[in-house]
Design a protein around this ligand. Structure first.
Ligand SMILES: [Mn+2]
Length: 315
């Protein structure tokens, strides 16, 4: 396996990017690599390009140096893409990718299209942050990089909960903890913290939830008007469907939200043996067995009725 230093031979300029609408793993892995290179390879000029990430991740060093303007730049010697399953996922960084003298793709999505000159994709890896750690020399990792990578792992494993969390993930997390990082704060900030408005609408959505299909399904819905009243956007509804799914006795949860365009966004979660991917596919969407979604045309009430009927048949 190559190391970062192998890539940086004869490299003066390095461009790092992740995927559009960057999440905690994307920002964590990109900044982790950025901080590592800046500390250990000061002769390399390095820049991270990402769409504006959530301010919740501002505790990671280097956050304010992320460029979301994508100015023109002469061809980079090297471009490293992290957490990107395909070339279409790099968004506006495409122009740097097109010109770059050499490109490397490091990722953990099984669906990765191997779009770069060199591709390192490990579908067993919990996160891009776990993946990029394996390219680093542990003794060269600073506390700032440790915080960034730990954040990415926390985000993509749902605080070490999802099945993607392996013994290797835990070993890497243990290595990172040796840097005396504030793990409690990182977990709060990258996963659980909500704004006042987010907490209010979270409670509201749970309060208005209803059981269906003989108590086997739970659902809730939010209209665009309600979101406006609470002052939140659709991006700020994370965790609601996951909480609904945790209801005792329930096999599946459905969460409906009206988009600005007037469509209905459906999010589904389930436990064994309920397959929500099958349900989502009936509405032109998809995903995984336990987590899937779709965007549906029609009124909120119609969509709820149709989806509940499809779920009833799938029970
Ligand atoms: Mn990821």
């Amino acid at each position: 396996m190559p190391e970062i230093k192998d890539y940086l031979e004869n490299v003066n300029t390095l461009c790092i990017t992740g995927h559009v609408r960057p999440d905690g793993d994307c920002v964590g892995s990109c900044l982790g690599l950025f901080l590592y290179v800046r500390k250990n390879f000061p002769e390399v000029s390095v820049q991270v390009y990402l769409e504006e990430p959530s301010e919740k991740l501002a505790f990671i060093d280097g956050f304010n140096e992320i460029d979301s303007e994508y100015p023109d730049h002469e061809a980079y010697d090297l471009m490293i893409c992290l957490d990107c399953a395909g070339r279409d996922r790099i968004g506006k960084a495409e122009k740097y990718f097109k010109d770059a003298k050499h490109t490397v793709n490091i990722d953990h999505h099984v669906s990765n299209t191997m779009f770069a000159d060199e591709n390192y994709v490990d579908g067993q890896s919990s996160s891009a942050s776990e993946e990029i750690f394996k390219f680093m020399e542990p003794e060269l990792i600073g506390r700032d990089t440790a915080i960034a990578l730990y954040t990415g792992i926390i985000y993509d494993t749902g605080v070490f909960k999802y099945r993607s969390t392996s013994p290797v993930t835990m070993q890497i997390a243990a290595e990172l903890m040796k840097h005396d990082i504030p793990t409690d704060l990182i977990i709060d900030e990258s996963f659980y913290a909500k704004t006042y408005e987010e907490n209010k609408i979270f409670g509201y959505a749970i309060l208005n939830s209803q059981l269906a299909c003989g108590g086997k399904v739970i659902y809730s819905a939010l209209t665009q008007k309600e979101m406006e009243e609470f002052g939140v956007s659709s991006k700020e509804l994370e965790g609601i469907v996951a909480q609904l799914r945790l209801t005792k006795g329930v096999l599946a949860a459905a969460f409906f939200t009206e988009t600005v365009a007037g469509d209905i966004k459906l999010s589904l979660r389930s436990i064994d043996p309920f397959d929500v991917n099958v349900v989502a596919q009936q509405f032109g969407g998809g995903g995984h067995i336990r987590a899937a979604g779709a965007t549906i045309k029609g009124s909120l009430d119609e969509c709820i009725a149709q989806v509940l009927s499809a779920m009833e048949k799938n029970l």
